[in-house]
Design a protein around this ligand. Sequence first.
Ligand SMILES: [Zn+2]
Length: 158
Amino acid sequence: MDTLTIKTENKFRSLVTKQAYPKSQIICEIPSEKVIDKANRYTIQIGRDRHTEVGKLSALNHACDPNVILDTERLLMVARYDIKPGEELSYFYPSTEWEMDAPFICLCGALNCIHVVAGARFLSLSTLEHHYLNRHIREMMIDLLNHTELHFSKILKG
Ligand SMILES: [Zn+2]
């Protein structure tokens, strides 16, 4: 965590690494001392109703083709690509967030840009299948589909 610094430009925060990380290397642990049941700007979702306050990591911005992965099962931040010193770190918000507190428009310019970042529940399966997703997100997506089945089976039974 000491190798990461918060950069602020026009009130816009970003998280920058002072050190290089090769692809697949663990960068740091995700703090989990303070878990609450509702999302805010300083939390990352690590379970169905579990949001952990992440301190410095709350400065991580979203990208649709990001350079880090947050693994909420092992509570680790891992390099997705080779990362150079001075590079900003970013991750794919819907990989942890089901329904975001403050949605926004993404202008990252990646070929696979999702444009509206509001949480995984607002993305199609054909979009999600191209991204790393944590277990709780996959489970919540399956629940959503099962709920749909229940809804339609009621209609079909009349
Ligand atoms: Zn984007």
